[in-house]
Design a protein around this ligand. Structure first.
Ligand code: FES
Length: 97
């Protein structure tokens, strides 16, 4: 059985599972949640959001975040994998129709 953790969107109070090896963006889509995205490579910052709880690791070496943004809790869900349960603030998140 593969490891999975829970991602909570605090504003909407929606929760979805994220499995090892998948990005937070992919996990959201598998669960019917649409997060803002564009390039999906960690470059454009369209997906940038605040993580208020939990830990992520990146699938790319240089995600497009400054040291200060990382320190303040901002993440790029298109290239980040959840290592622990997470809480995210994504006001523009939507449910798939
Ligand atoms: S979608 Fe472009 S950085 Fe995440």
């Amino acid at each position: 059985m593969s490891r999975s953790v829970q991602v909570t969107l605090s504003g909407q109070n929606w929760v979805f599972e994220a499995r090892a090896g998948e990005t937070i963006l992919e996990a959201a889509e598998w669960s019917g949640v649409i997060l803002p995205s564009s390039c999906r490579t960690g470059a454009c910052r369209t997906c940038m959001c605040l993580s208020t709880r939990g830990k992520v690791r990146y699938h790319v070496e240089w995600p497009g975040l400054s040291k200060e943004e990382k320190r303040d809790g901002y993440i790029l869900p298109c290239v980040a994998e959840a290592e622990t349960d997470l809480t995210l603030v994504v006001p523009a998140a939507q449910l798939q129709p």
